[in-house]
Design a protein around this ligand. Structure first.
Ligand SMILES: Nc1ncnc2c1ncn2[C@@H]1O[C@H](COP(=O)(O)OP(=O)(O)OP(=O)(O)O)[C@@H](O)[C@H]1O
Ligand SMILES: [Mg+2]
Length: 360
């Protein structure tokens, strides 16, 4: 069942069109993440769903009801923003209950909902404090609680964790995941942090210039990016790209990168790799092996820089006239200038047409 459905949504600010006939269906209970760089239109889309922005054209349905022209409060949504926007003079309890009081709910029902939200978010000991007496993470929990007490079908989050320090952010990320597992509501979550997207989402919509470049589950996005943009956007450090031309090889086609011929044996759609085609081979740093015993491929490369990161090391190598990053185990050290042998895991590689930038 569809929970939120966006149909042919267009939004223009004057002459500038930010969203152009955008379509998106979000399943009941789904955790959908809108991921994209600054200015890609994530908040604009979320604000249209929330009813904070009036679309120029198109329609929005929530639970099969056309809500395009409904007030935010009548849409069955709860929204959590980056800035907590709590009432500073009110206690946590009052912050949580204020909206319900305005809506005219009976006090017993209000008390019940506040108690439940406080329990879920583990903020019971804080209920009598004012926002100024809370940490950033605690304030954001109260802000989430304010959406929670409204007992809505759909939660909308706009970068709720980006004001917090790294440690708190990863803690609250786990709590939001737990919250979703417990409540099973539909959640739409905006972020520019790919780790948040990969860890939280059932599906990720990757946005660029108001367009959804790919909509898939995190593993598909990571392993089979549809185009060069998504391939380069997801993954840290970024996927290595080698530009070259396809040539016929023994058994499997080969990509010629500045004279180095790399066989593409094992790549899934070898059929599309016709000789003469200009392509970009994409290989993630974690899918390249260094000095592996018994490797079929053995390409010569030279270590440029080693970046130790604790659990593993990142090597920057000179290979086929380019610089590449490779993730290796943390135990062995590599001196700058030392020669190494590379092999590529072609089953996990990506090949894109150089012109259309689409996956082959
Ligand atoms: N009121 C406005 N008037 C004109 N242009 C706007 C307005 N609001 C947003 N925009 C433009 O719309 C585009 C998308 O903005 P939006 O806020 O949706 O981006 P975003 O993906 O949420 O970015 P961020 O990660 O920085 O929050 C941007 O180019 C922005 O400049
Ligand atoms: Mg935004």
């Amino acid at each position: 069942m569809t929970s939120v459905s966006v149909k042919e949504l267009t939004l223009s600010f004057g002459a500038v069109t930010v969203l152009d006939k955008l379509n998106l269906d979000i399943g009941d209970g789904e955790f959908l993440v809108l991921l994209g760089a600054s200015g890609s239109g994530k908040s604009t889309l979320l604000n249209c769903i929330a009813g904070l922005l009036e679309p120029t054209d198109g329609q929005i349905f929530i639970k099969d009801k056309n809500v395009t022209w409904l007030e935010p409060k009548d849409r069955g949504i709860g929204m959590v923003f980056q800035s907590y926007a709590l009432y500073p003079q009110m206690s946590v309890t009052k912050n949580l209950s204020f909206g319900l009081k305005i809506a005219g709910l009976p006090q017993a029902e209000i008390d019940k909902r506040v108690a439940r939200a406080a329990e879920i978010l583990q903020i019971q000991p804080l209920l009598n404090r004012k926002p100024a007496e809370l940490s950033g993470g605690q304030r954001q929990r109260v802000a989430i609680g304010r959406a929670l007490v409204r007992d809505v079908d759909v939660f909308l989050f706009d970068e709720p964790l980006s004001n917090l320090d790294a440690k708190l952010r990863s803690e609250l990320r786990v709590e939001i995941k737990r919250l979703h597992q417990a409540l099973k509501n539909t959640m739409i979550y905006v972020t520019h942090d790919q780790i948040e997207a990969l860890t939280l989402a059932d599906r990720i919509a990757i946005m660029k210039d108001g367009i959804i470049m790919q909509l898939d589950d995190p593993m598909t996005i990571y392993n089979r990016p549809k185009n060069l943009f998504v391939a380069g956007f997801i993954g840290s450090p970024a996927m290595n790209f080698l530009r070259g031309v396809i040539e016929a090889g023994e058994g499997a086609p080969v990509i010629n990168v500045e004279g180095t011929r790399i066989p593409l044996a094992g790549y899934l759609s070898e059929n599309a790799l016709t000789p003469g085609r200009k392509v970009v081979l994409g290989v993630r740093p974690e899918h390249i092996h260094v000095d592996e015993a018994g490797a079929v491929q053995n390409f010569d490369a030279v270590v440029d820089i080693e970046e130790p990161m604790g659990a593993d090391n990142l090597l920057w190598l000179k290979f086929a006239g380019q610089t590449m990053s490779v993730r290796v185990g943390g135990a062995r050290r590599y001196a700058a200038g030392s020669p190494v042998k590379l092999s590529f895991n072609m089953e996990l590689a990506s090949v894109f047409d150089a012109e259309s930038e689409l996956r082959l």
